[in-house]
Design a protein around this ligand. Structure first.
Ligand code: GLA
Length: 385
């Protein structure tokens, strides 16, 4: 366990003792994630290549004998929430509590006999930055309940349960990537996930590279509605081809139907189909330590997300350009996650980290009047692996 996570464990334990005047039964942790390549492909049954990171959510928990769940969220403004397992309703006032409510409700569909719990939650994944603070929250809750109640819950089932909470309770139609990598990530590796059958293949991140993440600190706007719209557009094209998902449509098929498909829908589908291919190419390139290919795939991915899928912002495009100018083919850089603000990710040789940090700090603020936040990350173990 890293030093940072050790501190989070200690903090969660202390907070629990303060809130509940006893020791927790256990403390557990689930990581956030960064996606190296393969964005907006997961809900099209496609390929993604994320890594779990050393920023995450930590929970200290104790079982209760009744059906109450009492939560203290250290990083939220309104910090305490309480509900009963017999009647789990959406909370209009305290949005964060809906992740707990939705996750516990989804868990109870397969495990109806669980009892309540007291728990505290603390975390260091920046919220709304595209690093999956919510998925790491859901997976940490599932890990905590599964340990405290000795449930037979594997990583894939946990991921599906977390996704169900988002889709059915919170109201975001997200895919499975974030929950799967938070549950199943592998230390020092990125993971190619096939979102059609949940099979995966780990690729080592070379020792001399750093996961260099920069938050544009642009407040993300219209995220859920634009995200859900993109998903709908993809599904429309799949339907046009009579397929269950865009994964089943080839680029040749798409191109040959260009005149019959609305121009915007055509671009959306082209992004997904080409992005799937880039994710697979990047997996092999990582395994072969072929930086030129990785670099190129990440560059094309960003352009495709910018021009065809239209989910970047001018600040994210600016950051990518600033980093790419210095990095060239020594590394790769692109936006990461859902888009509409948030982070860019770069694979940066350790020897270039300071130089890139300095340039990002000076140029980004100059050009966009915003301060960037830089996170130097390593790939960590998922909560269920
Ligand atoms: C968000 C969603 C994921 C995925 C990405 C885009 O993070 O939660 O399921 O669709 O956006 O790749």
């Amino acid at each position: 366990m890293t030093q940072k996570n050790n501190n989070q464990h200690d903090l969660a334990r202390v907070l629990f003792e303060q809130q509940f005047q006893r020791s927790p039964d256990l403390v557990c942790h689930a990581p956030g994630r960064v996606n190296l390549i393969g964005d907006h492909t997961d809900y099209n049954n496609g390929f993604v290549l994320p890594a779990a990171i050393n920023y995450g959510t930590t929970i200290a928990i104790s079982a209760r004998e009744d059906n109450l769940v009492k939560v203290y969220a250290h990083n939220c403004e309104q910090q305490t929430n309480e509900f009963c397992l017999n009647d789990i309703a959406f909370d209009q006032q305290m949005m964060w509590s809906n992740y707990v409510r939705g996750t516990v409700k989804a868990l109870m569909q397969k495990h109806p006999n669980i009892k309540g719990a007291d728990f505290v939650v603390t975390g260091n994944v920046p919220q709304g930055a595209g690093l999956s603070s919510s998925a790491s929250f859901e997976i940490a809750i599932l890990r905590a309940f599964s340990q405290v109640y000795k449930l037979d819950l594997d990583g894939i089932s946990a991921a599906l349960t977390g996704q169900q909470a988002e889709n059915d309770f919170v109201g975001c139609n997200c895919g499975i990537m974030d929950q799967l990598i938070s549950a199943m990530g592998q230390k020092n590796h990125a993971m190619l996930l096939d979102c059609k059958d949940f099979s995966f293949d780990d690729a080592p991140i070379p020792d001399d590279l750093v996961l260099f993440i920069v938050n544009s600190n642009v407040k993300r706007g219209l995220v859920d509605s634009e995200y859900n719209l993109r998903r709908q557009q993809c599904e429309e094209v799949a339907k046009f081809f009579n397929k269950s998902a865009l994964r089943e449509v080839t680029l040749a098929q798409l191109n040959s139907a260009k005149e019959q498909i609305d121009h915007i829908l055509f671009k959306r589908a082209r992004h997904v189909i080409t992005e799937n291919a880039r994710a697979v190419t990047t997996l092999h390139a990582l395994k072969n330590n072929d930086m030129a290919t990785i670099s190129n795939a990440m560059k094309e991915s960003h352009i495709s997300l910018r021009d065809d899928f239209e989910v970047t912002t001018k600040e994210m495009d600016g950051l990518v350009e600033i980093i790419d100018n210095i990095l060239g083919s020594n590394g790769g850089v692109r936006m990461t996650g859902g888009g509409f603000g948030g982070c860019v990710v770069a694979l940066v040789p350790k020897t270039m980290v300071d130089q890139i940090k300095n340039v990002v700090n000076s140029r980004y603020e100059n050009e966009f009047s915003l301060k960037p936040s830089i996170y130097l990350c390593t790939a960590t173990q998922g909560a269920f692996r």
